[in-house]
Every structure is written in structure tokens, then in C-alpha cells.
Write a protein that binds this ligand. Structure first.
Ligand code: TNX
Length: 530
């Protein structure tokens, strides 16, 4: 396709509204850059290709990607380059210089180039998000940028409600647009198992499907669907091939996929597949299915090791999330086997939990990976190398960080996007809790009172989407947008770059972009008082 020329006068464009806010924006530019028929994207290393391809997509033109060795005659150009000096700023940082003659993008690494492309996207008018639009002018500006946190996460629970593969990719696109870089994929929970495990096909043959029952909240209905059942069947899972596709798709957008396999709790459906993993009384009869693995049954560990082995093949992430939250320990107290184990080791139930978790910490360590779990894994004695995802209220953050584990902050008081966005009676049913846009935006994740020696424990921040009340992709979009924009700014922009009035103003531009993208965002989030 030929690149269109444009006669749009330079300097006549909307204000520069970028979310997340960069370190600095200088608008005393040397004029706007006009795409011309001979414009090319110039690279000097094959690791620049994902960013170059992405920029082509953003500009909606068939710009050639050329090597710097062949560029002499190709002008005007969009030149990507690595600058070692910028690596000290952050490998994800970049300097983007747009002027009449060319566009220069420098970074310490490939992800920085990609984020510069995302910034260029937001310099373009909202209608450039629509398929038919042709981009011709890129406003002149000089931007210097780098993220505050290395971990900028977004979680999605696909257990409570299964989400189609196409939507998972869209979700990753939404993350990339907001410069987020860890997709926490909550693949298993009490209600459904969503990852194909070849050594244990029962987990998806049985565990991925449930009966749909009238009048029951979906997340309360633990009944699995079995052959011969007449009720409608609901659910689904991702094949290993699909998972590889997602991991590669995310990688191209500089997003790490963090898989979560819940243990030892939140596993009701696993117990439906393997009832022999339930705790038993002295007569060997299974105790109630509270969704917790019997901690004294070697088969519990064997099954989970088999699962983890396949997970490690699929996910190259440094961390593997093992859940560890909300473990009902009553059964362990009354289980004949667990009781015996506790007595033999002088354990209480808390310590049995850490016995379980530490087993997998060692297992993962031996395989060159790191364990991460919800902060409840701090109960009992936790291996110092284990990492924490803190989901308590903001008030408890400092204490959690003083425990001295690498920690991702996902405060339940602010970053739970399953909570209500406004007080409007029209708001669709949500889990409870109140997290309107302004409250999310104003979160300072690292408490002021925290002693400096503990701040290094902060890996970064993340928001979580638990889907008990989100049965469709449309509902997920509604709960995610526009709060994802506030998350982006908490995660990327420094404290001094943040300003609510400015952000609120920038949201007007962002909403136009969301409109052009056809997103189902919550308009009520901008009027939380109703
Ligand atoms: C707590 S946070 C949970 C989830 C629920 C969520 C609802 C955490 C680790 N566990 O199982 O879905 O609350 O907000």
C-alpha cells in the first residue's frame, strides 16, 4: 500500500496527552514529522524487529524496515538505535525525538523501543485506532521516559469464568498499550482447571467443565459436568499449543506471562478429579471437599510436581505463582494422616502450610525458577528466597514489606478491579469493595513510613481481576477500563509525574481512543459520586 501524503499544517494538533505520564515532555520542537513515500524504519539489530513491526502497525502504513547499512539514500527516516548510556536509565526507558527531518528513538534495550512506539501511538489522533485511518503527521516533541517499577502487572482469573483465546490476546494488547509487562494468568481455582496437562488428562476432562444451574452464582457451583449429565455444560481450557501461542504473543509485546497453579487450597475441582487426595479420617473415609490437598499424602506432591514440570516447559518466566491463599486448615487438623505428620514434626497447621509451600520452593529452585505466592504463604516459616504477592489493605503494606521478601504490591483496598467503580445503582453486580478511578489513581503503593532498607523489597505493582461476577469479555472490559489507565500511571510514572487533575484531563483524550477501539469502558467510573 502506498503511503499517503498529507497537507496538514504542522503544529496544528491536539495537546500531548500521554498515559502513563513520561518523565519529561519537551514541546519546543523542530516541527512535525510527515510520513512520505520514501520514509523507512531503520534498525541496526534484529532484536529491534518487534518494536519496528509494532510501530508499522500503529502507523497503519506499509513502511519498509531497513538495516542502517542500506539507509544512506532513504530519507526521511524513523531511526531506532541502542544507546548503552540509556541502559543505566532503565533498559525499558527511551528517548523519542520527533522533528521535521526524522524521528529518532533510542533506548538501552528492545522493550524501550517498543514503549516509544506506544507513546507515538498516543501522539496520533484517536481515530487512528480505527482500521480505515491513514496516519500522515506525527507531532514534533522530545520525550524522555523510564518506568518507576520493573514489575507492572495485571492479573486475570480464567477459572471462575473461562475466557476465549482471542480475548486473552486482546487483554495482552490492552496491557501493552498501557506499558504493563507482567500478565498473571490465574489458570486454576476451585471452580475450574484451565490448563491442559498431558500426564493427567482428568484435570481438564473433568476439571474444566461444570454444570450450569439455575439461580446459583457461578462461582459457588462446584459441581463438575460428567458424561451423561443432562444439564448444560460450561467451561473450557487452553491446550498447550494455545498456551505457547499466548506466551509468544506476549513476548513480542515485552510481556512476561506469570502462570499460577493454586496449591494447597482453592483446589475443589482437583479433588473431584482425584478424590484420593482428600484428607481422611481414621477409618480412611474422605473428609469434606474443602478444596485442600492432603498435606501428608505423597500423591499430592507427585501430582503437583507433574503439573509443574509441564508448566515449566510452557512458561519461561523467572517466577512461578503457586497460590497459597485462603487455605482452610480444618481438614488438616482432623485428617488422620496430616495429624500424624503434625505430631511427628511438632507442627501446627500453619507450619504444615509452610512445609507444603517450602517443598515447592525447593522444587522450583532446583529447576532454576523462583516461587511466588499470595502473602498467606508467610504463615509458618517461609524460605527467605520465596516472593510474595501482597493483597491485603494498604495499611498493612509496610508490615508485609518488613517481612523481607521480594514483594509485588496488589493492595486489595485499591487494586482489586472486581470491586465497584461507582455508587450508581446501575453498576453491574461486583464482588464488593469500592475502588473508583480516583482512589485507584491516588494510591501511593509504597507507604511513606516504610524504612528505606525495606523499599528494595518492592518488585512492583499489579491489579487483579477476579471474575466471579465477570462472565463475559465485555464485562471484563467494563471492570478494567478506565482503571487500567490509573494502574499504568501508578506502575510507570514517578510520584512527581502524577497529578489527578492532569490525569483526569488526559482521560478525556484517552476515552476518545477507547471509543475508537470500541471498548466497553465504565463511564460511571468518571462520576463515582452517583
Ligand atoms: C480473594 S486475593 C481471593 C480470590 C477471590 C477474591 C475476590 C486472593 C489471593 N484470593 O479467590 O476471587 O478475593 O475479591
Amino acid at each position: 500500500m502506498a503511503v499517503a501524503f498529507s497537507c496538514t499544517p504542522t503544529g496544528n494538533h491536539s495537546p500531548i496527552h500521554l498515559i502513563p505520564e513520561p518523565l519529561s515532555i519537551n514541546t519546543d520542537s523542530q516541527g512535525d514529522f510527515m510520513l512520505a513515500v520514501n520514509t523507512a524504519i531503520v534498525i541496526s539489530d534484529s532484536t529491534m524487529l518487534p518494536a519496528a513491526e509494532h510501530l508499522k502497525e500503529i502507523l497503519k502504513t506499509e513502511l519498509p524496515i531497513k538495516w542502517d547499512t542500506e539507509v544512506e539514500k532513504i530519507k526521511p527516516s524513523i531511526v531506532m538505535r541502542y544507546d548503552i548510556a540509556l541502559d543505566s536509565l532503565s533498559p525499558e526507558g527511551y528517548i523519542l525525538d520527533i522533528n521535521k527531518k526524522n524521528i529518532s528513538i533510542s533506548s538501552g534495550g528492545p522493550s524501550g523501543l517498543f514503549y516509544a512506539a506506544e507513546s507515538i501511538r498516543q501522539l496520533l489522533p484517536a481515530h487512528s485506532e480505527t482500521g480505515s485511518s491513514v496516519v500522515s503527521v506525527i507531532p514534533g516533541v522530545k520525550i524522555t521516559d523510564a518506568p518507576r517499577f520493573a514489575w507492572r502487572g495485571l492479573h486475570l482469573d480464567v477459572s471462575r469464568h473461562f475466557m476465549p483465546l482471542d480475548f486473552i490476546k486482546k487483554y495482552i494488547d490492552y496491557m501493552a498499550m498501557h506499558k504493563l509487562n507482567v500478565f498473571h494468568w490465574h489458570l486454576t481455582d476451585g471452580i475450574g482447571w484451565r490448563i491442559e496437562i498431558k500426564s493427567h488428562p482428568e484435570l481438564t476432562d473433568i476439571g474444566a467443565w461444570r454444570k450450569v444451574k439455575e439461580g446459583k452464582r457461578p462461582w459457588q457451583d462446584f459441581e463438575v459436568w460428567r458424561k451423561g449429565d443432562t444439564e448444560p455444560k460450561y467451561g473450557g481450557f487452553y491446550t498447550q499449543e494455545e498456551i505457547r501461542e499466548v506466551v509468544a504473543y506476549a513476548q513480542d509485546r515485552f510481556i512476561t506471562v506469570l502462570p499460577e497453579i493454586e496449591l494447597p487450597g482453592h483446589s475443589e475441582v482437583v479433588m473431584q478429579c482425584f478424590p484420593e487426595l482428600l484428607c481422611t479420617n481414621t477409618q480412611g473415609q474422605a473428609l469434606k471437599n474443602t478444596g485442600v490437598y492432603c498435606a501428608a499424602n505423597p500423591k499430592s506432591y507427585q501430582l503437583l510436581e507433574d503439573v509443574i514440570d509441564e508448566v515449566l516447559e510452557l512458561f519461561p518466566s523467572e517466577y512461578i505463582h503457586i497460590g497459597g491463599d485462603e487455605v482452610a486448615k480444618d481438614n488438616w487438623n482432623s485428617c488422620a494422616k496430616c495429624g500424624k505428620m503434625m505430631r511427628a514434626n511438632n507442627y501446627d497447621a500453619q507450619q504444615l502450610q509452610s512445609h507444603f509451600v517450602n517443598h515447592f520452593d525447593n522444587y522450583l529452585k532446583n529447576k532454576g525458577r523462583k516461587l511466588m505466592g499470595w502473602h498467606e504463604i508467610l504463615e509458618g516459616e517461609l524460605s527467605p528466597s520465596a516472593s510474595i504477592m501482597y493483597w491485603g489493605g494498604h495499611d498493612g503494606t509496610a508490615d508485609a514489606l518488613r517481612e523481607n521478601h521480594p514483594t509485588v504490591l496488589t493492595q486489595g483496598s485499591h487494586l482489586y478491579f472486581d470491586h465497584y467503580q461507582s455508587l450508581s445503582a446501575q453498576e453491574p453486580k461486583a464482588f464488593g469493595g469500592f475502588a473508583p478511578l480516583k482512589k485507584v489513581y491516588e494510591l501511593e503503593p509504597v507507604p511513606e513510613e516504610l524504612e528505606p532498607q525495606y523499599t528494595q523489597n518492592v518488585l512492583g505493582v499489579q491489579a487483579n481481576l477476579w471474575t466471579e461476577y465477570m462472565p463475559t469479555p465485555q464485562r471484563i472490559e467494563y471492570m478494567l477500563f478506565p482503571r487500567i489507565a490509573a494502574l499504568a500511571e501508578i506502575a510507570w510514572s514517578g510520584k512527581s509525574q502524577k497529578s489527578w487533575p492532569h490525569f483526569r484531563n488526559k482521560m478525556n483524550s484517552m476515552l476518545k481512543r477507547y471509543d475508537a477501539m470500541g471498548l466497553n469502558y465504565a463511564t460511571s467510573a468518571l462520576r463515582p459520586e452517583i
